[in-house]
Ligand binder design. Structure first.
Ligand code: MG
Length: 263
């Protein structure tokens, strides 16, 4: 695992702050009738304003080709990697996953959130809440000396304790001077395994949580991952740095000498 210097962490802080700022701008545009293409335009325009490049546009995956847009937009049973479209309009009661990244001076930001479209059912609101809580359970486990699988264990325990499933095929990852670096961070597993985290470790933690079964499949567009059983799915992600002062959510100010928060 790469360990990043203080100067590198400042760059990563900048990239992730712009990423989350953009996600919030996009989330403000989410309402019934809006196309997913419009959301992508809002995201791309904000990066242009900052003069920085998107991380996902042109991202190449073997067998899928290059991702054509800046923002991933995944609605309802779509788990991740939904492609924005002029023909896809959001509807009242949908939930919409927004996944976004950018590159500042060679350093990457990568963050995601799932938001409601208008009024949503209590059942959907609970799925969003549990998934965001699972993200923070994972983040709390990312402290110096912990192992990579401690994160997935914390995520899985919270998710399954609430009656939902974690997606197995996809997970978090190291991040820094490329979007996806070692190690892979599964959202499940027994604790005490895998690489040991140290101050300067930088990782993206991103639970993908299904209301039904864990199984997923890829649509014929070769990008969009959907739940196999058609159940709803939610996704939250934050890139963080491991520090002696606790996990630094890189989109936010650095934690200042306070001990990491306990459960
Ligand atoms: Mg990611």
């Amino acid at each position: 695992m790469n360990l990043r210097s203080g100067r590198e962490l400042e760059r990563l802080h900048e990239a992730n702050a712009i990423t989350v700022e953009t996600l919030h701008l996009v989330a403000r545009e989410v309402e019934p009738g809006v196309t997913t293409h419009h959301l992508d335009r809002v995201a791309a325009n904000n990066l242009r304003r900052h003069g920085v490049a998107p991380a996902f546009k042109g991202y190449h995956v073997q067998g899928a080709g290059r991702f054509p847009r800046s923002l991933c937009v995944s609605v309802n049973q779509e788990v991740v990697h939904g492609i924005p479209s002029r023909w896809r309009r959001l509807r009242e009661g949908d939930i919409v996953g927004l996944d976004f990244g950018c590159i500042v001076g060679g350093y990457y930001g990568d963050n995601a959130m799932t938001v409601p479209v208008g009024e949503i059912s209590e059942e959907k609101a609970r799925l969003l809440e549990v998934t965001e809580q699972a993200l923070h359970a994972g983040i709390r486990a990312a402290r110096p000396g912990a192992r990579v699988s401690d994160i997935g264990h914390a995520v899985q325990t919270h998710v399954e304790g609430n009656g939902y499933s974690v997606v197995r095929e996809l997970g978090g990852h190291g991040i820094g001077t490329s979007l996806h670096e070692q190690p892979w961070i599964p959202n499940f597993g027994r604790p005490g395994r895998g690489a040991r985290l140290a101050p300067g470790s930088v990782i993206a933690i991103e639970p993908m949580v299904n209301a039904g079964g864990a199984a997923v499949r890829t649509r014929r567009d070769r990008w969009t991952i959907v739940t196999a059983d058609g159940s709803l799915s939610a996704h939250f992600e934050r890139s963080i740095a491991v520090t002696d002062d606790g996990p630094w959510i890189l989109a936010e100010p650095r934690p200042s000498g306070r001990p990491p928060k306990e459960d």
